[in-house]
Design a protein around this ligand. Structure first.
Ligand code: HGY
Ligand code: MN
Ligand code: MN
Length: 404
């Protein structure tokens, strides 16, 4: 193992146990809960260890600054931003998010060890609630910073226990911060690949070209709660039937279009074995390479669900919870970095904070090979050597963008 791979492993082992579920081996690192708060403290300690002052934007996002003196007023202009997120999906993988933050601190170390002196700040970010696993809206922190979500709407988002984002944050989120955003000249997010393209390409690192348009739609199906044993089949208005049909329709309509559709989350009321549900709520995650295909897919699923609801005597309500347009990363920057790193360029179907910031400043992503290709699961993986290759690549990119 290389020296850098060893240093990666040492730093990685410092956070690996935080929020890890002993049974599944997956991570329960919901935004602003105890495990993620511990990682935020780790972030501060790492920044402090490197003499990097940490600022917050009032939305739950953290920023560690290296370069020009960045006293409290964050005077650094043209700063190069990197980093990612700590939060996970339920029982998610170890690398999705934290890899980008750990790699950023190690890339700073590499640059310093090489005697690099940035002519503009290098800033490491930890964005809050990227997965949307607690409050339901993905990339909540970066959407707040950029003004892509209203601070009052964000403040009122509630988790399963009814805790609002404002309560978890300890204050109403500050919302858009154009001054802070204006201090960044570029954002580069390193992330574990959530697929097998780098395995197939036999390469440790890639540059991102685009993020598929995607979104989340809440399908609420209301019927008539009743006794499972005494209610005649002909008399039932069972929303579980409409739900089941909707799930199958989503899968079929996606396959017909070469798109992706998943219903991975469902809530049933009253959720009793011997009661016909009164309400079933399912969340559709739909994604496609082109916006038109995505729109057509969701329309088709919605139409099929409505048709079935009429047959079942149930009532359907569909609410878009978050939508992300096609993100075409800055082509010049992606090409420049791909040439610098001699790395392949890949699209992805996964959303990222980089996808939000890309509408506001030149943005790029680096992907690190994931031998299993699996993500949002304990099976997500990356080798220490590939992670070290990611650090080297990120350091070269930061040197290219911040030291000339
Ligand atoms: O859902 C996504 O695509 C991302 O991992 N948050
Ligand atoms: Mn994720
Ligand atoms: Mn992620």
């Amino acid at each position: 193992m290389s020296d850098l791979a060893g240093r990666f492993r040492e730093l990685w082992d410092g956070i690996a146990p935080v929020g890890r579920d002993a049974d599944s081996g997956g991570y329960l690192r919901y935004a602003l809960t105890a495990p993620e708060l511990r990682l935020r403290e780790w972030f501060r300690a790492q920044a402090d260890h490197r003499g990097m002052p940490v600022s917050e934007d009032g939305n739950g996002n953290l920023f560690a600054w290296w370069g020009d003196p960045t006293t409290g007023d964050q005077t650094g202009t043209g700063a190069v931003l990197t980093g990612s997120h700590f939060d996970s999906v339920p029982h998610g993988g170890a690398y999705d998010g934290p890899l980008g933050i750990v790699s950023a601190f190690l890339a700073v170390d590499e640059l310093r060890a090489a005697g690099a002196t940035p002519v503009r700040p290098v800033v490491v970010a930890a964005f809050v609630e990227e997965e949307g696993a607690r409050f339901g809206v993905p990339c909540l922190g970066s959407r707040l910073l950029t003004g892509e979500i209203d601070a009052d709407r964000a403040a009122g988002l509630r988790d399963a226990a009814g805790v609002s984002f404002a309560e978890a944050l300890g204050d109403r989120p500050a919302g858009a911060d154009p001054t802070l955003l204006g201090r960044f000249a570029a954002f580069v997010e390193l992330h574990v690949e959530q697929g097998r393209a780098l395995v197939d390409a036999d390469a440790p690192v890639a540059v991102a070209s685009a993020i598929w348009p995607h979104g989340r739609w809440r399908f609420e199906l209301r019927g008539e709660g009743n006794h499972a044993g005494t209610t005649r089949m002909a008399d039932r208005r069972d929303p579980m039937l409409t739900y089941a049909f909707t799930v199958l329709a989503a899968n079929k309509e996606a396959r017909l279009r070469g798109a992706h559709a998943t219903v991975g989350r469902v809530a049933v009321e009253p959720n009793a074995t011997n009661a016909i549900p009164s309400k079933v709520t399912g969340w559709l995650d739909a994604r496609a390479a082109e916006p038109e295909t995505l729109h057509d897919l969701v329309e088709a699923v919605q139409a099929k669900a409505a048709e079935r609801a009429r047959r079942d005597g149930t009532a359907l309500t569909v609410t878009p919870e978050s939508t992300t347009p096609l993100v075409a990363f800055d082509g010049g920057l992606a090409g420049r970095l791909a040439a610098l790193l001699a790395a392949p360029v890949l699209p992805t179907g996964a959303g990222h904070d980089a996808g939000v910031l890309a509408a506001h400043l030149p943005t790029a992503m680096l992907f690190v090979r994931n031998p299993t290709g699996v993500s949002h699961s304990p099976a997500e993986s990356a080798t220490d050597d590939d992670c070290a290759a990611g650090v080297v690549a990120l350091a070269r990119v930061l040197e290219e963008l911040a030291c000339h």
